[in-house]
Design a protein around this ligand. Structure first.
Ligand code: ADP
Ligand code: MG
Ligand code: ZN
Length: 628
């Protein structure tokens, strides 16, 4: 569409311009009137004077204020018949009139006809009007279609960017795994349904609730469920929609939104990603963004502007409550905060049950087993997981989803699409050693999560993968566990070095090293797990806004910075040595496992441990290993 409009535009302009000149010709003043009388031939002024002197001229009509004349004269070449000529007269020829009088020739003057002039004027104006109207129309059309820079033309005029759903059709039953949040919000439903119960006893109904939690945990769903349960309309807009190129657009959108909401009260307004507009004001280089500040101010004004009992409740969602402007969190605004976290095992079971309602699961599939297989998954991940499994089932032409599809879907959600395995080659061997390196180090260190499987089938970016079964509760992690993870992550590179030599190591360990460095650095700067002692030297990272790093002073001196680097290096070096030692000491079983992996492409954790146990002691791990 975009292209075709461009082409139309390109062609329209020249076409209109050509049209303009044609039109100009047709409408030039008095052309029509002269046209009726126009003699077919023209005569020069000199010839006319000659004819005049020779007494051939019989009559003269003057047009256009004496600039043109239609002359009737006897033509000597055409049997002395009377002919008509058109003569252009010089501007100053007053002596001509005297001459005509002298010669006693009848002459007449014709004034410029007024209506002709008006037509001419209209004719001249119509084109520019059409051109402007046409361009305007084209601009609007192309804006509507592309939606891109078109906003440039509509500034000041707020397009309604919010969505309105009269009935969301979502109920609390459709939301699972976030029971506390649901309980807290149950009250909001009552506010919307029976405000009199609160106002009767003089309670002020809260205006705003802030839902805080990572993406995909069901914040939007929860807000819809509140509206659905209360049976009120659901207005939603994303914070990023407020922030426009032009100052004032966001603010006018806020005004529009609240105006519409007031007309439809009781209702619920949902503002997604409120951090896009509600960031700390005056932050960032150059004093921040005027547009955002105006929008935020407008939002605050609107929130203060209506009473708690008008039946409007605003629910906002964010995953960065720390960056919000404190004015938003004051009483009377978003003074209630509800945490919406990633679900635990029980929560995952609940969410899976919700999404399994409309899916055909084979009887062998247990929801609990899927939930155990997916620690750390959010509600959106779980919904996606079941959907992927259903797609795979359909593709494999099965009647119902089996555990095989579930497992494949988990792998796919976690690590991306499966690729085609490499053909046997040196690099395949190297990848096999790298992965077995991760797996064996992970298996032989007591504090490491157990290996779930090792595979050479590429997925996403990775050429091979070693899967570990993560522990269920990802809450507190000990220093020993962190060091074990660092050592395990270095296992791949360590194996490359031990088997192929230092000069043969590859770029494949890049991702591992990034993780390793990140973990080691956090041990030193955030968790106080180094010789620097229990100091928090860095707050939780993450770009808050452009220029944050420039505006905030580092919390330590140059000298401490050098010591941090030294500590990080020590931790990594120590773990690297451990990993290399494990590889060296287990070379025999590693070679056997690599051959097996190249042959089978995948070794599962149980078999892996059994083989390793034939050669060396394998520590018991208490983490739950799903029996799938
Ligand atoms: P958020 O707004 O927190 O990013 P959404 O509410 O948009 O997450 O969730 C996306 C989808 O994931 C929902 O439409 C729903 O299908 C599923 N989902 C997420 N959380 C839950 C939950 N707690 N219970 C049921 N489904 C959920
Ligand atoms: Mg959302
Ligand atoms: Zn690796």
């Amino acid at each position: 569409m975009k292209v075709s409009w461009r082409i139309i535009l390109l062609w329209t302009v020249p076409a209109l311009v050509i049209g303009f000149f044609l039109w100009q010709g047709a409408f030039s003043p008095a052309a029509g009137e002269l046209g009726q009388n126009t003699a077919s031939s023209r005569m020069t002024y000199g010839r006319f004077l000659e004819y005049l002197d020779a007494g051939r001229v019989t009559s003269v009509d003057l047009y256009e204020g004496g600039q043109t004349a239609i002359v009737e004269a006897i033509d000597p070449q055409l049997d002395e018949r009377i002919q008509r000529w058109r003569v252009d007269l010089p501007i100053n020829a007053p002596e001509l009139i005297a001459k005509l009088r002298e010669a006693d020739i009848s002459f007449d003057t014709h004034p410029i006809r007024q209506d002709g002039a008006i037509w001419g004027l209209i004719g001249n104006l119509i084109f520019p009007i059409l051109l402007i109207a046409g361009l305007f129309f084209l601009f609007r059309r192309s804006n509507n279609i592309t939606g891109g820079p078109g906003q440039a033309m509509n500034f000041g005029k707020s397009r309604a960017r919010f969505q309105m759903e009269a009935k969301t059709g979502v109920l609390f039953d459709d939301v699972a795994g976030i029971e506390e949040a649901k309980e807290e919000l149950q009250e909001v439903v009552t506010f919307l349904k029976q405000p009199e119960r609160f106002t009767a006893v003089g309670a002020r109904i809260p205006k705003g609730v802030l839902l805080v939690g990572p993406p995909g945990t069901g914040k939007t769903l929860l807000a819809k469920a509140i509206a659905g349960e209360a049976g009120v309309p659901f207005f939603s807009i994303s914070g990023s929609e407020f922030v426009e190129m032009f100052v004032g657009v966001g603010a006018s959108r806020v005004r529009d939104l609240f105006k519409k909401a007031k007309e439809n009260a009781p209702c619920l307004i949902f503002i997604d990603e409120i951090d896009a507009v509600g960031r700390q004001r005056g932050a960032g280089i150059g004093g921040g963004n005027d547009e955002r500040e105006q929008t935020l101010n407008q939002l605050l004004t609107e929130m203060d502007g209506f009473e708690g009992n008008t039946g409007i409740i605003i629910i906002a969602a964010t995953n960065r409550p720390d960056v919000l402007d404190s004015a938003l969190l004051r009483p009377g605004r978003f003074d209630r905060q509800v945490m919406v976290d990633a679900p635990d095992l029980k929560g995952r079971i609940g969410i899976l049950e919700v999404h399994a309602r409309n899916k055909k699961l084979s009887t062998e599939v247990s929801i609990e087993a899927i939930a155990r297989r997916s620690p750390g998954f959010t509600g959106a991940d779980l919904a996606n997981l079941l959907n992927e499994a259903a797609i795979l089932t359909a593709r494999r032409r099965k009647e119902a989803i089996t555990m095989a599809e579930i497992n494949d879907a988990v792998d796919r959600v976690v690590a991306g699409m499966e690729g085609t395995p490499l053909v046997d080659s040196k690099s395949k061997r190297l990848i096999a050693y790298h992965e077995i390196g991760h797996a064996i180090v992970g298996t032989l260190i007591k504090d490491h999560d157990p290996v779930q499987k090792v595979t050479l089938i590429p997925r996403g970016q990775a050429q091979g993968l070693t899967w570990f079964t993560p522990s269920e509760e990802q809450g507190l992690i000990t220093r020993a566990q962190l060091k074990a993870r660092i050592t395990g992550a270095l296992g791949g590179r360590a194996a490359e070095e031990e088997i192929f030599g230092d000069s043969e190591v590859t770029t494949g360990a890049g991702g591992d090293l990034q993780q390793v460095t990140g973990m080691a650095r956090q041990m030193v700067t955030r968790f106080g797990m180094s010789d620097l002692g229990p100091l928090s030297l860095e707050s939780q990272e993450g770009e808050v806004f452009l220029g944050a790093g420039l505006m905030t002073r580092a919390e330590y001196s140059e000298k401490v910075a050098a010591r941090i680097d030294e500590q990080v290096r020590q931790i990594v070096e120590h773990c690297h040595d451990d990993a290399r030692q494990i590889i060296r000491e287990n070379r025999v079983v590693i070679d056997r496992l690599v051959d097996l992996l190249i042959e089978k492409e995948t070794i599962d954790g149980k078999e892996f441990r059994q083989i390793v146990a034939e050669y060396t002691f394998v520590p018991e791990k208490e983490q739950y290993v799903p029996q799938l």
